[in-house]
Design a protein around this ligand. Structure first.
Ligand SMILES: Nc1ncnc2c1ncn2[C@@H]1O[C@H](COP(=O)(O)O)[C@@H](OP(=O)(O)O)[C@H]1O
Ligand SMILES: [Mg+2]
Length: 306
């Protein structure tokens, strides 16, 4: 390991490898057929053995290398000392040079938001390409870097296709591992929740005169669809998403010039002592963010306070 790399690049390089190991674990649990589904209460709020085992793996691996990081995860599992923490570092990340603004960051300044399995409801239903593993990094309350691993990418592409992929990014450096198809001008495909819809969510969508509305699981998955040009905006007028759902997606969007905010267009904060829910909802775009924000109806603005 190149110890001359900045801390943020080393944390990212480790996280890319940890996310890879996590993806193998998720695929193993899926093929075992024993998902161990637990209902956490509320609307489609599920947990599986994959959520808890992956969170333990990510937590143990990161903290064994960087003990001063602030790691916050969806499942809040106690640290499992038996998790094999040796994942190594990704060379492609280490070979980049850190943007100057982050070169002096220290471990304790970084807050890591972990969603071990985003799109859990869809995972239990076999909609495997909606599932992602999210590791996001925040500094001074802002999402600055992240990893999105899609463990079942290509699962319908035949047995020759390589299963799974990793997208990572850092603001000021860019994001890697994605491919954009430029959408036709004038199109407005909105992408939103599949399993957490309600009247307000639908009111917001219908007020935006969409060309089409797609309903898919996962905040990570939906952000990727926007980045790659399959959808024009991710719109979720609900307080149901949490910081671990949006930190990595927001950082990667920002790294490629996009935005992820609440429905008022205000930045989401990721300080270590912040409340978890994104009470102002979520809107993400690759471009023309303000155009979408301007279409949010007053009733939605009134009901979703930042
Ligand atoms: N009403 C709600 N209650 C609980 N979780 C919600 C929710 N609305 C959204 N979420 C969470 O936000 C993430 C994205 O939601 P969706 O897939 O519906 O777009 C999911 O994360 P997890 O799958 O990691 O739990 C989901 O559980
Ligand atoms: Mg999630």
């Amino acid at each position: 390991i190149n110890m001359s790399s900045s801390v943020i690049l080393r944390v990212l390089a480790a996280s890319v490898r940890i996310a890879d190991k996590s993806a193998s674990l998720v695929r193993e649990i899926m093929s075992s057929g024993e998902l161990g589904i637990v209902d956490k209460g509320g609307q489609k709020n599920l947990q599986t053995k994959a959520d808890t085992s992956v969170e333990k793996l990510i937590r143990a691996s990161l903290l064994s290398l960087f003990p001063k990081l602030n790691v916050i995860g969806e499942e809040d599992e106690a640290l499992d000392a038996t998790a094999d923490a040796k994942a190594g570092f990704d060379d492609d990340v280490l070979n980049k040079s850190s943007p100057p603004e982050y070169s002096k960051l220290t471990e304790d300044q970084i807050v890591v938001w972990v969603d071990p399995l985003d799109g859990t409801a869809e995972f239990t239903e076999g909609l495997l390409d909606h599932v992602t593993i999210l590791i996001g990094f925040a500094v001074n309350g802002e999402a600055i870097g992240g990893v999105i691993n899609q463990p079942f990418y290509n699962y319908q592409a035949g047995s020759q296709a390589k299963l799974g992929r990793t997208i990572w990014g850092l603001v000021g450096l860019g994001a890697f591992g994605w491919n954009r198809s430029e959408p036709p001008t004038g199109r407005r495909i909105l992408i939103t929740t599949r399993s957490h819809s309600n009247e307000l969510v639908n009111l917001c969508l219908s007020s935006m005169s969409p060309t089409a509305v797609e309903r898919q699981g996962g905040a990570g998955n939906k952000a990727l669809r926007v980045i790659e040009g399959e959808a024009d905006a991710y719109v979720f007028a609900s307080p149901g998403c949490k910081k671990w759902d949006t930190c990595a997606p927001e950082a990667i969007l920002r790294a490629v010039g996009g935005q992820l905010t609440d429905v008022h267009g205000s930045k989401i904060r990721y300080d270590k002592d912040i409340k978890f829910p994104n009470t102002g909802g979520v809107i993400a775009t690759y471009r023309d963010h303000q155009t979408i924000i301007n279409l949010v109806p007053q009733k939605v603005r009134d009901e979703l306070k930042s």
